[in-house]
Design a protein around this ligand. Structure first.
Ligand SMILES: Nc1nc2c(ncn2[C@@H]2O[C@H](COP(=O)(O)OP(=O)(O)OP(=O)(O)O)[C@@H](O)[C@H]2O)c(=O)[nH]1
Length: 474
């Protein structure tokens, strides 16, 4: 889905444009001051950062916004002493990167644009390559008059720099969690081992040297990729990639490719190699994240009933069995009660008002029960309009009062339907064991509570019936 155009009040739009101009100006100034005199910078992250910001906050991605970005770049360049024509033209090349990335990526569905799918990661790589081709081609047009390099060498230098920088920088901005997600997620401990191994393998790459050494950190990066979030992995690929590029540029890794083709320098070859190297870890990071989310969703679906938000039958069975086993292990076993609850004449609600109203009744019924229960007490939906509650530490005689309270709360419940109040009642059967009695199995408890429930229905509904108390001594 493309990014939707948004309408904002004039003063808010103006403020956003001012922020965009300030950001562009500061980034460009920083980039120029950091680059060696009279040469192309080792990194020019301005274009990728601006594209990332505009993709995340598309309010200013308008013709006016792009023009202001260009003017701010030109202004910063002129301030640093560039001549007018090169400043205008080369910043138009830079703008070409921002606009191409925006045009190609803003049309992607959000999931792909935020690199949550392998398709998204590959699309970002493709868009970075396309943007680098646009900038390199534009720059090469003016290469001969302004550079002492050939057209081919200029094209290759621009392409390799723009491609590698975009591939390293853009994923950080696209995968960065929003402020709201950060607050919701809270502080989380991270496993340090993959990070430490990555740092060690980077140091080893530089110490060992040679062209093959740029691939040494790949194993550690893959370990990071299936351990950390895509955002953290993007930060690590940026750190690892830029460290290696600087190391190659400073000749710390002691290798050089023979310049068989004009313009193909050691740095250019290493830059392209390093850019391609980070593709694998980024894909792995997004696949593992998707896998983790899927597992969490499946676990949630298996545990929580989607309609009422209480436990499912299978989750209830697991937890209730654990409860009964732990009761058995105590020297002084605590009492315990299980209740079966069944809404009366629920079929007639469905028949008279429709299934959707029936669902609403089920939701409000479950919410009413949850309101009445305390921490540690279990509630689950066994199926249809039948629910079960377990009260650990409460003997059936006392639990009867709780059951009565639940019955009255349901009786007082008003479900609004087409401006009418719908009323329901519930029948409850309870069974349990007193303190120091042997723990019955869950199936036994359910069967006894079910018989009590049957009696409650038979005796006129909207009532509580209790099964015989288990009297056997442990
Ligand atoms: N709306 C809705 N209805 C459901 C759901 N699951 C089961 N039902 C309906 O629940 C009704 C259960 O009806 P019965 O078992 O005959 O019981 P009853 O009408 O409550 O009668 P008594 O239990 O004897 O008081 C059936 O009509 C089912 O179709 C659900 O998830 N949503």
């Amino acid at each position: 889905m493309p990014v939707e155009p948004m309408v904002f009040p004039a003063h808010s739009r103006l403020l956003h444009y001012v922020v965009l101009i300030g950001l562009t100006f500061a980034l460009t100034l920083g980039g120029i001051l950091a680059r060696p005199i009279e040469s192309l910078s080792l990194f020019w992250p301005v274009n990728a950062v601006l594209a990332g910001v505009l993709l995340r906050y598309p309010r200013q991605a308008t013709p006016t916004g792009f023009t202001l970005v260009w003017l701010a770049m030109v202004g910063a360049d002129l301030l640093c002493g560039s001549a007018w024509l090169p400043a205008l033209w080369f910043n138009l090349c830079n703008l070409g990167v921002v606009v191409t990335l925006w045009l190609l990526l803003s049309r992607l569905p959000r999931l792909h644009r935020r690199m949550r799918t392998p398709h998204g990661v590959l699309s970002v790589f493709g868009a970075c390559a396309a943007a680098a081709i646009v900038a390199a081609s534009m720059a090469a047009v003016m290469a001969t008059p302004w550079f002492e390099q050939s057209l081919r060498a200029t094209w290759l230098a621009w392409f390799s720099e723009q491609f590698s920088t975009s591939v390293l920088v853009l994923p950080v901005l696209l995968t960065a969690p929003s402020a709201r997600a950060l607050v919701r997620g809270g502080a989380q401990a991270i496993r340090l081992a993959p990070l430490l191994v990555l740092l060690a393998s980077l140091a080893f790459s530089i110490a060992f040297g040679g062209p093959g050494a740029i691939a040494f950190p790949i194993a550690a990066l893959l370990w990071c990729a299936w351990t950390y979030s895509p955002f953290l992995v993007s930060l690590l690929t940026l750190t690892a990639g830029s460290t290696l590029i600087v190391a190659v540029a400073q000749n710390l890794m002691h290798f050089s490719v023979p310049q068989s083709e004009p313009g193909v320098t050691t740095l250019l070859s290493a830059r392209l190699g390093i850019a391609m190297l980070v593709l694998g870890p980024l894909v792995v990071a997004c696949v593992s994240q998707a896998n983790r989310s899927l597992m969490a969703r499946l676990a949630h679906q298996a545990t929580i009933d989607h309609l009422t938000g209480v436990l499912t039958r299978s989750a209830f069975t697991r937890r209730a069995n654990t409860l009964l086993e732990s009761r058995q292990q105590h020297a002084q076993a605590l009492p315990l009660t299980l209740m079966m609850l069944d809404i009366d004449h629920f079929k007639s609600i469905n028949d008279a008002h429709g299934h959707a109203v029936g669902d609403q009744v089920l939701r409000q019924f479950a919410a009413t029960l949850q309101d009445q229960l305390h921490d540690g007490e279990l509630i689950a939906r066994l199926g249809g309009e039948e629910f079960v509650v377990v009260l650990p530490g409460m003997a059936p005689d006392r639990a009867r009062f709780t059951a009565e309270r639940l019955r009255r709360a349901v009786q007082d419940l008003h479900v609004m339907q087409a401006e009418q109040h719908l009323r329901i009642t519930v029948s409850i059967g309870l069974a349990g064991c007193a303190a120091d009695m042997p723990a019955p199995t869950l199936d036994e408890l359910l069967a006894r509570a079910d018989q009590a429930l049957y009696r409650a229905k038979a005796h006129g509904r909207n009532r509580v019936e209790q099964a015989e108390l288990q009297r056997q001594v442990m």
